[in-house]
Write a protein that binds this ligand. Structure first.
Ligand SMILES: C[S@@+](CC[C@H](N)C(=O)[O-])C[C@H]1O[C@@H](n2cnc3c(N)ncnc32)[C@H](O)[C@@H]1O
Length: 329
């Protein structure tokens, strides 16, 4: 799949006319990762073979025309902010109606290219585009340490091969690559893997773990049942087209005794007015994880009560963190 600037332009005609800075939640913002700007420059994806700077401002003649006509030049700040929120609300209503009509996957496909643009900029700047250069270095290092707060839940003796799946991993998995005495075998999947691969190759970056193409919804189809010691999803299933299916699939793909980690911003779909890829909501109800969109709702703790032991289910630095152990059967 090629990601053309035209697709991005076509998706955001209102953005162009109004030329507002579009607040977008940083795809990688998560606790303990530094602070992130709430906006980034919209960029256009360049020709696949281009060796020049990978991101440049949108500057077609049509766009320039719209920018000259931009309301930005004529409207006071307060009015622009009001208009921005009106627009966001209107789009949210339209999108919610689309979701109700079962068009979630279609809306998701339309929004994918914009997500790719964010990550291209992230890679091109070594993480500086969102103030996470240190985290970028961690992701890119083949010697980065497997996160101890994950390791502590896992019953994997020294010498064991530990199979880990990072769902919606982005171009560079966030999981640490080395765990003393164990052999970590990390699989990373993401629907945008092909685009990420193109960016990485163009930038000459060799990832320690190559992200392969795959949707969270298809984990069992891709890997089978009871395969992983850890299935992990961070800040991604709220971007999926069927988060309930993705969570279910992750649970099925986890070995008995293995760990499932779901780590998401609270009710991102609602908070972000269903902009971009944000489609689903994760929150806690009485310390139980609930995944929902419209009238679709899954209380993970209750739905899988016989299969999962709850290890942790809490709000941490305003992020919903749920950790389960799959019960031995
Ligand atoms: C905000 S990024 C997070 C990446 C990574 N997990 C991290 O924490 O840095 C969200 C990722 O979710 C991916 N995504 C979108 N739809 C998905 C789906 N159906 N299944 C799995 N991942 C998906 C996007 O392509 C994007 O790379």
């Amino acid at each position: 799949m090629m990601f053309e600037s035209n697709t991005i332009d076509a998706l955001q005609p209102l953005d162009l006319i109004c030329s507002f800075p579009i607040p977008v939640a940083s795809p990688i913002c998560a606790p303990n990762q530094g602070t992130f700007p709430k906006s980034f420059d919209k960029g256009r994806l360049r020709d696949n073979n281009s060796s020049q700077s990978k991101i440049e401002p949108i500057n077609s003649t049509t766009t320039e025309f719209f920018q000259t006509m931009s309301l930005k030049h004529y409207l006071p700040e307060k009015t622009r902010i009001w208009l921005y929120w009106r627009r966001a609300r209107t789009l949210a209503v339209i999108k919610k109606a689309g979701h109700k009509l079962g068009l979630g996957k279609f809306i998701w496909k339309l929004a994918l290219p914009a997500e790719a643009g964010f990550w291209e900029q992230y890679l091109a700047t070594g993480g500086k585009s969102c103030n996470t250069a240190e985290e970028f270095n961690f992701r890119i290092s083949p010697d980065s340490e497997f996160q101890p707060w994950l390791a502590k839940w896992m019953n994997c003796p020294e010498g064991a091969e530990v199979r880990v799946l990072d769902v919606g991993a982005g171009p560079l998995t966030w999981i640490g690559k080395k765990w003393n005495g164990r052999k970590l075998a990390i699989d990373a999947i993401d629907p945008l893997a092909e685009a990420y691969g193109q960016f990485l190759r163009r930038l000459g970056i060799k990832p320690p773990v190559e992200t392969k193409a795959g949707d969270g919804e298809d984990v069992v189809k891709l890997f089978g049942r009871q395969v992983f010691d850890l299935t992990f999803a961070r800040n991604c299933l709220d971007h999926s087209y069927d988060a309930i299916q993705a969570v279910t699939s992750m649970i099925e793909a986890t070995k008995p005794g293995g760990i499932i980690v779901l780590w998401h911003g609270p009710d991102e779909g609602e908070t972000e007015c269903y902009q971009g890829l944000h489609q689903w909501n994760f929150h806690l109800e009485n310390a139980e994880l609930v995944v929902w969109k419209g009238d679709k709702k899954l209380n993970v703790n209750r739905a899988f009560a016989g299969q999962l032991q709850v290890l942790q289910c809490e709000l941490q630095e305003n992020w919903v963190l749920a950790i389960y152990r799959k019960v031995q059967t």
